[in-house]
Design a protein around this ligand. Structure first.
Ligand SMILES: Nc1ncnc2c1ncn2[C@@H]1O[C@H](COP(=O)(O)OP(=O)(O)OP(=O)(O)O)[C@@H](O)[C@H]1O
Ligand SMILES: [Mg+2]
Length: 272
């Protein structure tokens, strides 16, 4: 993408609540005040989400006068709050499924997408999946999940890893809410797998077979090689800081979920 002098002015004076018209289309713009890492995470998140078969807006990272801006291609969607689904933030997966059904979305397919989002957040250490950071796109009467705001990926330095609050009755409780995604109770995920539809287990197995730590490392290399930071004077290379540490943390989380998965298989001989 090439930015013109006029684009630079628009970017520097962007409006947050509406798309901004740049020379090659409409973009949501956000300034990344703290560090370029957040912008880099957005680019990585874009690639990871695509590979996860989750819809997410295409984005570019621009540096102007030492400030970093994310340009996110405008997509028309509704977030959970605007759909009246803000109670989803404390909902269990089961409850989410019921809500989707009530609102006449194609709930089964959407539910698969929610499970993918859950795996995405878990594996890539996303600590900011609040209900304003995903939404629903409807095209030709079909509803799809859309995920965005990948700033807080790789936020593994937390003492909690797997989701869901299990009190003996409500196995699925809070599996997606932010606080509880960060809950280090491996057996709760096992509970979920054991008590939910087997289709979710097969879906997870499919993803875990692909997303080995070696594959993840390959993808990070690819993101570095296929992305740039756009500046007024041309593009500069994208370098992922702390890559070794990110891969190490990924490997830890991956092994955790694999252990959990194997326990489930152990309890259910039907799954190989
Ligand atoms: N590509 C896009 N197309 C349409 N709307 C978008 C796009 N990107 C962001 N938005 C809208 O802007 C809001 C804020 O974007 P985002 O979550 O990336 O920024 P944020 O600074 O983290 O905001 P928040 O603190 O609200 O999470 C989103 O909830 C969404 O409604
Ligand atoms: Mg956000």
């Amino acid at each position: 993408m090439h930015i013109t002098e006029k684009d630079i002015q628009i970017i520097q004076n962007y409006t947050r609540s509406n798309p901004n018209k740049l020379s090659n289309g409409y973009y949501y713009i956000k300034r990344l005040f703290l560090k370029p890492q957040f912008g880099i995470n957005e680019l990585i998140g874009y690639h990871l989400a695509c590979l996860f078969d989750l819809e997410t807006p295409l984005c570019h990272l621009v540096k102007i006068d030492n400030s970093y801006y994310l340009l996110s291609e405008y997509v028309e969607f509704k977030n959970m709050a605007s759909l009246g689904l803000n109670h989803i933030k404390n909902a269990s997966l089961y409850e989410i499924w019921r809500m989707l059904d009530k609102y006449h979305f194609n709930s089964q397919e959407l539910m698969f997408q929610i499970i993918k989002m859950y795996l995405f957040d878990f594996l890539f250490g996303n600590s900011d999946r609040n209900y304003t950071n995903y939404g629903i796109v409807t095209r030709h009467n079909k509803s799809n999940l859309i995920v965005y705001d990948h700033e807080y990926l790789f936020n593994y330095n937390r003492n909690v890893m797997i989701s869901s609050f299990y009190d003996g009755n409500q196995h699925y409780k809070n599996i997606l809410s932010n606080e509880n995604v960060l809950d280090n109770k491996k057996d709760n995920l096992e509970e979920f797998f054991r008590n939910s539809d087997k289709g979710y287990l097969f879906l997870c197995k499919h993803y875990l077979d692909i997303w080995t730590p070696d594959y993840f490392k390959e993808i990070l290399d690819e993101v570095e090689n296929s992305n740039v930071i756009i500046t007024v004077n041309g593009n500069i290379p994208l370098i992922i800081p702390n890559k070794e540490q990110i891969i190490k943390n990924y490997t830890d989380n991956y092994n955790l979920i694999i252990d959990c998965f194997e326990e489930c298989q152990h309890h259910d001989p039907g799954i190989k």
